[in-house]
Design a binder for this molecule. Sequence first.
Ligand code: ATP
Length: 255
Amino acid sequence: MTQFHDFLAVESIEASYGQAAPALRGVSLTVAEGSIVALLGSNGAGKSTTLRAISNLLGPQRGALRGGSIRWRGESTAALDPADLVQQGIVQVLEGRHVFGQLTVEENLRTGGFLRRPSRRQLADDLERVYAWFPRLRDRRSAKAGLTSGGEQQMVAIGRALMTRPTLVLLDEPSMGLAPIIVGEIFEIIRRLNREEGVSFLLAEQSANLVLAYADRAYVLESGRVVEAGLAADLATSGRLGEIYLGGAATATRH
Ligand code: ATP
């Protein structure tokens, strides 16, 4: 059985943007192989910054890691760029459903495959695999991505990440701006990818109640610090979330 620290181990990381006050102040977390971990917290708590730190995407935002360490399968990721990390199995799906609006759904998916320099046959297999997970995308394969619904765009963004054949997907607020029924559909697919293909997920989310139903463990961030961590099922029932963070879902369940 793989140990936690043999997969993803984030230890006491500090991060900031330019001269601004630190966005992360000693965040530690682990993702065990084969698990779904939720990263919760309200707006500005540091969720996106944590994901960017893991995938080495702070630089393009003029941010930097100022302390602590991140190890992937026991090795420091400090010298790896985002493309190296993708090659090693870590891929991030950015917040806000980034798709190439002028390209078709299928062309968007293909862009995710190129990094591995696949043969035409492999690319076709990978596309089939993504369409099997997201049948809606097969129906919409020739549509311009910019003209598809918000839910379909999120599926394209996730599908493009899956084209890299990742072992760990960092997913930033997949539910943002989507109707609950679509969010449920997306989370069901995430659960199946986890159970049937062993893909691990670190899911940043503001709305706690839904994601806790799918996660194994959860961490709660507040002002750049981890203020709560534990089994998702325990956190969901403890009532602690409502006390420590007033994210939409946590407050909504109080009424
Ligand atoms: P959100 O749901 O709004 O994305 P979050 O929990 O992901 O919230 P972060 O985006 O990580 O939080 O923000 C943490 C802190 O860093 C906030 O104070 C935010 O203003 C700041 N911050 C985030 N991105 C940048 C950036 N690109 N440049 C400067 N400051 C930033």
